[in-house]
Design a protein around this ligand. Structure first.
Ligand SMILES: O=C(O)CCC(=O)C(=O)O
Ligand SMILES: [Fe+2]
Length: 386
C-alpha cells in the first residue's frame, strides 16, 4: 500500500472526527449495539472510562453493512474504507498462510476456519489531548478477540503499549508500517503457540492521536478450535511436530549426561580456544557475572564440521538421539547466518525517522566474544551512535 494511500485513510478518519458534534451524533451507537459512533468521555466517579472517541463499522460480510451508520461526510469515506479493507484483507490472507506454513501446517489450516462469511470490523480511534495522562488511559488493557488485527497507527504520535513479561513496552511509530496484532481466536486455533498479547493505549497531553484498527474474525456460527496436529495426546502444543516421547528422551539423556561423575564429563572438556565441548563460561573478564551452570555445546550442522570426539558416548544413546532429529531440534534452535555472509538491517526498515541502528557485519561471533572481554552487551558493540 502506498504511503499516500495510507495518508488518505488517516486523513479520511481525521475529517470525520473533526465534524461538529451534532453531525457525528447522526451515527451514534444505540444501546445494545456494537456499531456506530461513541465517546466514553463523560467523567464519572465510579466508572473507568477510555479517553477516546470511536467509530465502529462492520465492513464484511458486505450484505451486513449498517449503511445508516456509515458517514456521508467526508464524501469519500465509504469508498476509502472499502478499498482499504480489501487491501488489508489480502495482507491478512498472506499472514494466515505464512503462519500455518511456519508451523508445518497446511496453508489453509487457519484461514479455512473463518468460513465464507467471516467478519471484518473497522474501529476508528481518536484520542484527544489529555491534561491528566497520569489518570486515564486511551484504551484500557485488553486483548483483541479477533484472529488478526491490523492497525494503522498515527503517523507521529505513539501511544500503544504491549505487555511483555509483566512490563509495558512501547510500540514505536514506523511511518507507513502496519502493526499486526494477533487476537484470542488465533491463540485458540494455534493451540496457544501464537499469543494474543495484552495491550493498552496511553494518553498524552501534547497531541491528539488517531488509529484505525481492522479486526478479522471467523463467522460467528462457525466452530473454531486448535488445529489437530498442534495437539498431542496430553493436549500439549507440539507445533514443532516432535513427539513428546522423543522430547522426554532428549531431557533424559541430558540429565543423565550431567549426572555423570566429573572425571567422565571432563573427557569432553572444551579446549581453550574452542566453543565446543563441556564446561562453563570462559573466564575472561572480571566485570561480568558468570552463569553458575554447566553446559555442553556441540555443532550439529554442517555435518562435516562435527567434532565427534566431543560427543559423549555416555549415556550410550546420546549420539543417536542428538543426531536423529537434528534438523528439528538443534539446527532450528541455533540457526545462524554463514560466517562469511554480511548481514545488516533491511533497507526498507530504515529511513530519516528511524536511521540505521546497527552496522553491517560478518561473523557476529567475533563481536560476541570481544564484548565478553570488554564486559559489555554484544549488541552495544555493533550499535551505531549509541
Ligand atoms: O489505538 C491503538 O493503537 C490500538 C487500539 C486498540 O487496541 C483497539 O482498537 O483494539
Ligand atoms: Fe486492541
Amino acid at each position: 500500500m502506498s504511503s499516500s494511500f495510507l495518508d488518505k485513510v488517516r486523513e479520511t478518519a481525521c475529517q470525520f472526527f473533526e465534524l461538529p458534534k451534532e453531525e457525528k451524533s447522526k451515527y451514534c451507537r444505540s444501546e445494545n449495539e456494537i456499531e456506530g459512533y461513541e465517546s466514553d468521555m463523560i467523567v464519572s466517579s465510579n466508572q473507568v472510562l477510555d479517553w477516546s472517541h470511536r467509530l465502529i463499522l462492520r465492513v464484511f460480510p458486505e450484505d451486513e453493512r449498517r449503511n445508516d451508520l456509515w458517514p456521508d461526510n467526508p464524501p469519500y469515506f465509504r469508498e476509502t474504507l472499502i478499498e482499504y479493507s480489501l487491501k488489508v484483507k489480502s495482507v491478512m490472507d498472506l499472514l494466515y498462510k505464512a503462519m500455518a506454513r511456519s508451523l508445518n501446517l497446511k496453508e489453509n489450516s487457519f484461514s479455512g476456519q473463518f468460513g465464507e462469511r467471516a467478519l471484518m470490523h473497522a474501529r476508528f480511534n481518536f484520542y484527544p489531548r489529555c491534561s491528566r495522562p497520569d489518570l486515564v488511559l486511551g484504551v484500557k488493557p485488553h486483548t483483541d478477540r479477533s484472529g488478526i488485527t491490523i492497525l494503522l497507527q498515527d503517523k507521529q504520535v505513539e501511544g500503544l503499549q504491549i505487555l511483555v513479561d509483566e512490563k509495558w513496552v512501547r510500540v514505536p511509530v514506523i511511518p507507513d508500517a502496519l502493526v499486526v496484532n494477533l487476537g484470542d481466536q488465533m491463540q485458540i486455533m494455534s493451540n496457544g503457540i501464537f499469543r494474543s498479547p495484552m495491550h493498552r493505549v496511553v494518553t498524552i497531553s501534547e497531541s491528539l492521536r488517531l488509529s484505525v484498527a481492522l479486526f478479522h474474525e471467523p463467522e460467528p456460527e462457525k466452530e473454531i478450535g486448535p488445529v489437530d496436529s498442534l495437539m498431542d495426546d496430553g493436549k500439549r502444543a507440539v507445533g514443532h511436530r516432535v513427539e513428546s516421547s522423543f522430547l522426554d528422551k532428549v531431557r533424559e539423556i541430558t540429565k543423565r549426561f550431567f549426572a555423570l561423575p566429573m572425571e567422565e564429563k571432563h573427557k569432553y572438556d572444551r579446549e581453550a580456544n574452542s566453543l565446543e565441548g563441556y564446561g562453563n563460561d570462559p573466564n575472561v573478564s572480571k566485570k561480568i557475572i558468570f552463569n553458575q551452570s554447566e553446559r555442553i555445546l556441540l555443532k550439529v550442522a554442517p555435518e562435516n564440521e562435527r567434532r565427534i570426539e566431543r560427543w559423549p558416548c555416555n549415556p550410550t544413546d546420546f549420539r543417536v538421539i542428538v543426531e536423529s532429529k537434528k534438523e528439528r531440534i538443534s539446527v532450528a534452535a541455533f540457526h545462524l547466518p554463514k560466517y562469511e555472509v554480511e548481514i545488516g538491517p533491511v533497507q526498507s526498515l530504515m529511513d530519516e525517522t528511524r536511521p540505521q541502528q546497527y552496522m553491517r557485519l560478518k561473523d557476529y561471533r567475533g563481536f560476541y566474544y570481544d564484548s565478553i572481554f570488554q564486559g559489555i552487551a554484544p549488541l552495544d558493540l555493533v550499535k551505531l551512535n549509541p
